[in-house]
Design a protein around this ligand. Structure first.
Ligand code: C5P
Length: 417
C-alpha cells in the first residue's frame, strides 16, 4: 500500500468549485488524506457539509477562532497544496505576497514547491496582461501553474480559461508522490524548484499525416497518436504553461488542457509548426510524417482497372524537423523520434545530427507501434545515451520529459527550464 499523501485543497470563488467534491473523492480513493480551505467567496459556491463528509475532515474557513494558527498547522501537515479553482484575484494576491484570508496566508507559510495552482477564469481575464505577469511571477518562484482548458465557460462564451479537468489535476498531484518512490520519475523533478516544466511552452507534433490521392484515398502511416497524446498529458501534469499539439488525424483523444491544431497533410503540419515554433521553449516531433505525397491529386475518384498497372508519382515532403533544427535558437530544445524496424541505433544518431536536434528518441516498430507501451533509447547530441525497458506510454512520456529537463538544464546557456 502506498504511503498516505496529505493534500490540502484551497478553493476560491470560481464556478469550477462545484467540481471539487469529485476531486476530493478521487484523491481519497488514491489513498490521500484531504483537507480543504475555502475563501469567503467560495463558501456560496460549494457545500461545506458535503466537503466535510467527503474528506472526513472539517472544512477550514476564515474567522473561525477554533482554527487559530491554522496557517501554521496546515502548512506543517500538508505534502501538496492545490488551489483549484484559482481565480485571477487570488492569483494576483499570491503574486504580490498578500495574505488577507486563510488561503492566501497559507501561500506564504507553505513552501512554494509544494504549491500548485489550477487557474480558472473568463478568457479576457486569462489573457489580461496583469494576469499573465502574475502567472509568470508564480512560475518564477517555483509554484506549479497548471494550464487552463479550452471550451465553454460559465459566462456563456467559449475559449481558454476553464479549470483543468479534475482527472488531470489529480494525476499532477499524484505524480509528485510517485516521484518519491522512483528516482527518475517526473514527480521528483517537480518536487525540486526550477526543474519542473513550470512556465514552459511545449509544442508537440503527433499522429500520422494523410496525403490525398483523390477525394477518397490517402497515403498515411500506421500511427495511433498515443505517444503524442501521452507527451501532452505528461507535460500538463508536469506543470507546463502551455501545451500545443499539432495533430494529424489520429484516433487517440488528446488531453483537454492542450491547445490542439488539427492538420491533415505534411505541408499543413509544417505550416502550423513553423508558426508555433518561435514561441515554444521545447518542441517534440512525435508525428509520423509521410515522407512523400502524390505529385498530382485527382479531383474525382480514380477508377480501378484490372488490365493496367497503376503508377503513382510521388514528390518528397519537406523534412519538418530538419527545418525547425535549422531555425532553432540556443534557448530552445528540439527532440525527434526515430522509429526503426530493427536495432539501427546508428540511423537515429545520424538523423539527430542531420536534423540538428538536441535529442532523439529511438524505438522499434515491433514494440512501439499502435500499442500502449514502448521500450526506447534516448540519444543526446553531446553523445549521452540511455536505454529504458518497456513501460506504459504515459510513463515513457514522463521519463522523456524529465530527461529533457535535466539535459536542457545542463546544455542550454539560457535554459532556465
Ligand atoms: O522519418 P524519419 O525517421 O526521418 O523521422 C524522424 C523524425 O523526423 C521524427 O521526429 C519525425 O516526426 C520527423 N520528420 C519530419 N518531417 C518528415 C519526416 C520526419 O519532421 N518529412
Amino acid at each position: 500500500m502506498d504511503a498516505v499523501r496529505r493534500v490540502l485543497i484551497g478553493v476560491c470563488g470560481g464556478i469550477g468549485a462545484y467540481k471539487i467534491p469529485f476531486l476530493v473523492r478521487m484523491l481519497r480513493k488514491k489513498n490521500c488524506e484531504v483537507k480543504l480551505v475555502l475563501t469567503p467567496s467560495a463558501r456560496t459556491l460549494v457545500g461545506q457539509e458535503a466537503l466535510a463528509a467527503l474528506s472526513g475532515n472539517p472544512v477550514y474557513l476564515d474567522g473561525e477562532s477554533r482554527y487559530d494558527m491554522d496557517h501554521i498547522r496546515l502548512s506543517e501537515w500538508t505534502d501538496s497544496f492545490i488551489i483549484a479553482p484559482a481565480t485571477a484575484n487570488t492569483i494576483a494576491k499570491i503574486a504580490a505576497g498578500i495574505g488577507d484570508n486563510l488561503l492566501t496566508t497559507l501561500c506564504l507559510s507553505i513552501p512554494e514547491e509544494k504549491i500548485t495552482v489550477a487557474p480558472a477564469m473568463n478568457t479576457v481575464m486569462w489573457e489580461n496582461k496583469a494576469t499573465k505577469a502574475n502567472i509568470a511571477a508564480l512560475g518564477s518562484r517555483g509554484i506549479s501553474v497548471l494550464p487552463v482548458g479550452t471550451g465553454p465557460l460559465a459566462c456563456g462564451t467559449s475559449g481558454p480559461g476553464r479549470m483543468l479537468e479534475i482527472e488531470e489535476i489529480a494525476k499532477h498531484l499524484l505524480s509528485h508522490s510517485e516521484g518519491k518512490k522512483n528516482g527518475w520519475q517526473t514527480g521528483l523533478r517537480c518536487d525540486k524548484q526550477g526543474v519542473s516544466l513550470t512556465g514552459k511552452r511545449v509544442l508537440i507534433s503527433s499522429g500520422p499525416t494523410e496525403e490525398p490521392l483523390d477525394p477518397v484515398r490517402v497515403i498515411t502511416n500506421r500511427s495511433s497518436g498515443k505517444m503524442g497524446a501521452a507527451l501532452a498529458e505528461a507535460a500538463i501534469i508536469m506543470g507546463a504553461a502551455r501545451v500545443t499539439v499539432v495533430s494529424g488525424p489520429a484516433s487517440e483523444p488528446l488531453p483537454r488542457g492542450a491547445e490542439v491544431i488539427p492538420v491533415r497533410t505534411a505541408l499543413e503540419m509544417q505550416k502550423a509548426l513553423v508558426e508555433k515554433f518561435p514561441s515554444a521553449d521545447l518542441c517534440i516531433m512525435a508525428a509520423a510524417v509521410s515522407d512523400y505525397r502524390p505529385l498530382n491529386i485527382s479531383e474525382s475518384k480514380l477508377h480501378r482497372s484490372e488490365e493496367e498497372i497503376f503508377t503513382l508519382e510521388l514528390a518528397p515532403n519537406p523534412d519538418i524537423l530538419a527545418g525547425l533544427g535549422a531555425s532553432k535558437s540556443p534557448c530552445q530544445f528540439l527532440a525527434g523520434f526515430s522509429l526503426e524496424s530493427g536495432d539501427e541505433i546508428s540511423r537515429a544518431e545520424e538523423k539527430m545530427k542531420k536534423k540538428r536536434c538536441d535529442m532523439m528518441v529511438f524505438n522499434r516498430a515491433d514494440t512501439a507501434l499502435g500499442g500502449d507501451s514502448t521500450a526506447f533509447t534516448l540519444l543526446f547530441k553531446d553523445g549521452g545515451k540511455e536505454s529504458f525497458p518497456v513501460m506504459g506510454k504515459l510513463e515513457a512520456a514522463q521519463v522523456i520529459l524529465a530527461k529533457i529537463i535535466d539535459n536542457f538544464h545542463r546544455a542550454a546557456p539560457c535554459g532556465d527550464i
